[in-house]
Design a protein. Structure first.
Length: 540
């Protein structure tokens, strides 16, 4: 850990040996109490040094030393934000005493007022009673934050999210579970790590596990688009962890049973639902005529004769539409109103727009469309959202705007949102070009990577496809541009690329017509961190 740069890590998750005599590969798990506490103090001091000022440190520990390690962490300068109990339904049998069926999870931060806590992420929130019982799309789509009770077991837990609970229920990874790796006996569930990583970091952040073990933290971090760093004493474990991480790709489904969603009896029989990737069901209730009339009237009053897509992409028109819905007393909230608006547009039931539709060519969007794709990808990974979901949710689209502007500060909010819609519309053609030409492209050798800061920018003043890489040939992003030199200059000046450790670029000259097809081809081959799933080939 001493080799890690100071303040280089955004999130640390540590599941150290509990000092209960477990038979590890190389570590002695049966030390004296004083020796164990001294050793714990040393490695936690290292965590404090590695963590950014706004970073988070999650610690998993058993009963025997939970209180002592909490005090040790606080003496080192950590602030304890939460003390949670993870209850797993398959206990560890104890000869004398009660079966071990829980672990303590501490959430520490360095700065009590400045730390990452993504409370709006719908994938870490739980459904409200209205969503669970009535499948009501007018309910807050965020649900509500879980309290200190996290349940993770295949069967339902009726009191799962009672307000006073301080326990999380997550199934321990038993030998019969599909996610079981087999080489390490103390394996964390992927979905438990998914909740922690989503709530305490952002895509592109650095996640570290000082006790890599079975590699779950690193694998989940990679799947969720984070950079990952693991430490492991055992060469054998390290080799198997590397194989496990290499087999995962950004955007892959987390393994294991999903969080329980059935604690209340469903009254949603007969209501249509949309099954979303990850198993989460997003209710799409039938909308009554009065609501349709209200949304239509609000659109007519606020839209200024523009299409529904323009209304959702234009911040001022979108705000005016929501205000009109409130004024007219339309049931529900912004997300619901926007979804109804889109549904009416897709079914051809909105009044015909009076203004000539806005048209942007991809040549016009060339300077900033990549930023829209990167922002969309981060919301796909972290929130499980589609383009429509993003545009319909004021919170999500604000997050999208912020990320996209970081990568392309000069573009307007409308331009960035509109480019996201355009990428979706063009993605089918991009994938079709990639499919038709893949045989020819596979026969060509990929050009070598060039160190970014040593690239002669003038040589790239032409159209082509480029691959941005981090150390170790990790593919960050595959892009296409009519002027790659312009993209290269912007990348050198952009702080987010610096944080992602962008260090090298590969360049393939191509015609303007071929660029986006070649982009889709390389996306499928390289599985980059920041490209939208829209460009990936359909999975059969």
């Amino acid at each position: 850990m001493s080799r890690v740069r100071p303040e280089a890590v955004d999130l640390v998750f540590a599941d150290p040996p509990f000092n209960i005599g477990y038979d590890y590969d190389v570590y002695d798990d049966q030390r004296s109490a004083s020796e164990y506490l001294d050793w714990s103090r040393d490695w936690m001091r290292g965590v404090h040094r590695c963590l950014r000022p706004s970073g988070s440190f999650w610690l998993a520990i058993g009963d025997e030393y939970a209180a002592e390690l909490k005090l040790t962490a606080q003496k080192l300068g950590f602030v304890c934000r939460s003390w949670v109990i993870w209850y797993y339904t398959f206990g560890v049998n104890c000869v004398r005493g009660f079966s071990r069926s829980h672990t303590h999870l501490f959430h520490f931060v360095k700065d009590r007022d400045d730390f990452t806590f993504n409370s709006d992420n719908p994938l870490v929130r739980v459904p409200s009673a209205r969503q669970l019982v009535y499948a009501d799309g007018r309910a807050n789509p965020k649900g509500r934050l879980p309290d200190n009770t996290w349940i993770y077991r295949p069967q339902d837990a009726p009191s799962a999210f009672a307000p006073q609970h301080d326990t999380w229920y997550f199934a321990r990874v038993a030998g019969t579970f599909s996610e079981r790796q087999g080489f390490h006996g103390c394996q964390m569930p992927e979905r438990l790590l998914g909740r922690i990583i989503r709530i305490s970091s952002h895509p592109g952040d650095v996640v570290m596990d000082p006790f890599a073990g079975s590699g779950t933290t690193l694998t989940v971090a990679k799947k969720l688009g984070r950079q990952w760093l693991g430490l492991e004493l055992s060469p054998e474990y390290a080799r198997k962890v590397r194989n496990r991480v290499d087999a995962a790709s950004v955007g892959d489904e987390l393994v294991g049973p999903a969080d329980p969603r059935t604690s209340a009896p469903s009254q949603a029989r007969g209501k249509s639902k949309l099954e979303r990737k990850g198993g989460q069901q997003i209710p799409l209730p039938k909308v009554d005529d009065e609501t349709i009339a209200g949304v239509t009237a609000a659109y007519r009053a606020a839209g200024e004769g523009n299409t529904a897509d323009v209304v959702l992409c234009d911040p001022e028109l979108s705000a005016a539409f929501r205000q009109q819905c409130k004024r007219l007393g339309v049931p529900g909230a912004a997300f619901f109103w926007n979804r109804v608006l889109l549904r009416l547009r897709k079914s051809g039931r909105l009044p015909k727009s009076e203004n000539k539709p806005r048209r942007f060519t991809f040549a016009q969007m060339d300077e900033y469309s990549f930023a829209s794709e990167i922002a969309l990808r981060q919301l796909e990974i972290d929130f499980g959202l589609t383009v429509d979901d993003v545009l319909c949710s004021p919170d999500a689209v604000a997050e999208f705007d912020g990320i996209a502007h970081e990568f392309s500060p000069a573009a307007s909010t409308f331009e960035l949102r509109w480019a996201a819609l355009a990428i979706r519309k063009r993605s089918k053609k991009s994938k079709e070009i990639a499919r038709k030409k893949q045989h020819d492209w596979l026969s060509k050798r990929l050009p070598p990577a060039k160190v970014l800061n040593k690239c002669d920018v003038a040589k790239y003043d032409r159209p082509g496809t480029y691959i941005f890489e981090a150390p170790g040939q990790r593919t960050l992003y595959v892009g296409e541009a009519l002027n790659v030199a312009q993209r290269l200059r912007l990348a050198r000046e952009c702080r987010p690329w610096e944080k992602l450790e962008l260090s090298a670029m590969r360049f393939v000259p191509s015609t303007a017509d071929e660029c986006h097809g070649l982009q889709s081809f390389f996306v499928a081959r390289r599985t980059p961190m920041l490209n939208s799933k829209l460009l990936y080939p359909e999975r059969s």
